[in-house]
Design a protein around this ligand. Structure first.
Ligand code: 0L1
Ligand code: MG
Length: 256
């Protein structure tokens, strides 16, 4: 049966807007990975039509901890819009999400565009600033159950991104300590090395994978490098903070 890209895009977009869990798309539609990325693109177009602006890209499953947690082994990517930005220190409300989780990340701000396959070193030369970051992921699928096509169509579970202080990219990023605290207690601990051995590799992969979809990474965009550790479920009233060695910290709170 033909895959109705627009219909599936509406399904995942509606689920995000209404914060309502949906069954896996793959149970009814046999999508290829390419078609899943087209569903993702069409769902983001719906956001753009509502007035949001494209603000960057996120990389997913770039660490073994995340792959193991979700039982998948391929890198994926998603599209960020300004509507997904959660201000550092903001308070979010669980009713706006299906079953949100949070994971510690590192974010890049691009000072120059990146187009196509490149090396980590060349990719890092396009970086204007780096920041400690948190990603709020919220798969729209019931019970967080999905296959690769499902999660790609659902914009790689992208829901919110929180960016800490931007820092000059003049330090070695390959082995920075990362501590994500929940209510002031360490919940997960890791190293930036968990991101493909060096977070620069994730940026190079972002450039390559975007090009496969005919996109370039624009100057001014944010690229989320991917989770350093496994994600933690968000609960009412908690405060979350990610501190990255040498970069500082970023956090938000969940309304009680
Ligand atoms: O690593 C990622 O950001 C991918 C998230 C998609 C899977 C999930 O919802 O945990
Ligand atoms: Mg992530």
């Amino acid at each position: 049966m033909a895959v109705d890209i627009q219909k599936l895009a509406k399904t995942v977009d509606d689920a995000a807007v209404k914060a309502t869990a949906i069954p896996q798309l793959s149970k009814k539609s046999r999508m290829t990975l390419k078609q899943a990325y087209r569903v993702q693109a069409a769902s983001i177009d719906r956001r753009l039509e509502r007035g949001e602006e494209r603000s960057g890209m996120k990389m997913g499953f770039t660490s073994r901890a995340k792959m193991v947690q979700m039982g998948l082994s391929d890198m994926i990517w998603g599209r960020l819009t300004d509507g997904m930005l959660v201000e550092d220190g903001a308070v979010i409300n669980l009713k706006d999400y299906v079953h949100p989780r949070v994971e510690p990340e590192i974010a890049y701000l691009l000072g120059a565009p990146l187009a196509g396959p490149t090396t980590p070193m060349a990719a890092m030369a396009a970086v204007e600033a780096v920041a400690p970051a948190l990603e709020i992921i919220d798969s729209r699928y019931r019970a967080f159950k999905f296959n690769l096509q499902d999660v790609v169509a659902d914009n790689a579970s992208s829901s919110g991104y929180v960016i800490g202080p931007w820092c000059p990219p003049d330090m070695d990023l390959d082995n920075l300590g990362v501590v994500m605290e929940v209510n002031g207690r360490p919940a997960t601990i890791g190293s930036s090395a968990a991101i493909l051995g060096h977070p620069g590799r994730s940026l190079a992969a972002a450039s390559r994978m975007a090009a496969e979809a005919g996109e370039i990474l624009e100057a001014g965009w944010v690229v989320m490098a991917g989770g350093v550790t496994e994600a933690v479920a968000l609960e009412k009233g908690v405060s979350v903070r990610n501190t990255v060695q040498g970069l500082g910290s970023v956090g938000f709170r969940v309304k009680g």
